[in-house]
Design a protein around this ligand. Sequence first.
Ligand code: TXA
Ligand code: MG
Length: 324
Amino acid sequence: MTAEPQTRVLPAGPAAIDTAAECLAAGGLVAFPTETVYGLGADATHGEAVARLYAAKGRPAFNPLISHIPDAAAGRRLALFNADAERLAAAFWPGPLTLVLPKRPDCPVSSLALAGLDTIALRVPAHRTATALLTAFGKPVVAPSANRSGHVSPTLAAHVLADLRGRIDLILDDGPCRVGVESTVVALIDEPTLLRPGGLARTAIEAALGRPLKDAAAHIDEEAPLAPGMLASHYAPNAKLRLNAAAPRPGEALLAFGRAPDFTGTTFNLSPRGDLVEAAANLFSQLRALDAVGAAAVAVMPVPNEGLGEAINDRLARAAAPRP
Ligand code: TXA
Ligand code: MG
């Protein structure tokens, strides 16, 4: 009988960060907090480590990963920055914005991590522990959300452990993630294009660019590139979600936003005061909590589609989509 590999959980701090950097250098898998969600990190230049990362998540290998770096200078060694890229990096890095750019010919990131593309997604997280780890390691770190593929993204170290215990080497625990939804992904290949709504609102990006973002013809997704107009099931809880519900029906739990209707059944409220930033931060942990209490069906109140509401509604739509 072979023992299950140990997953260590260490409170973030200087010694733990050195341990994590050594683990990455040895080709290991380290989950670490960012301001959006916990990421599962591997050395981006180490093909075998990247392959292990895909396996640990159970993620199809044809979808590319984001390379995380401590600052824009590190990004310029990997990708070609045009004027728009410089403008957005100056305005929003560090922060919850991922830029997809043409990769440099000498970019050392493994082609497995890039899924063979000649573009690369770059992100500079705004989180003390992420920054310290990326600085200590000194090479780009690929990091998808630290959950089993298709599960809800983790905003606590405990969520990571629940999904990936025994499948990864180390978890750096630095408490809850402040933003709670993944980064906004913008491609700067042709016209600036919004590939994934996320923790930075579209309007802020458009203001910095001085022009509107184009919308991607199809939603991108970590599981599979989609046909235009289709939504894949993703970020999925076990519970069946009914969106834009005014009130729960018999047998349903309630996921509220703002003032909730009178209801004595299981209720979680994304933000009782109707604050979209607070709602984003609570979204994934409340979806996990609904599963934990065994809710089979959930009425979800409408969330306004402005600011971070665009990302919240995108994740809710995926969570509610028919399962493959
Ligand atoms: O907030 C986040 O972005 C988190 C934290 C851990 O940083 N990471 C994250 O990674 O959400 P992941 O792998 O779950 O999502 C990466 C997204 C995918 O939708 C992927 O298709 C897209 O970025 N992507 C990566 N490289 C790309 C490329 N070259 N072109 C187009 N899309 C790309
Ligand atoms: Mg993910």
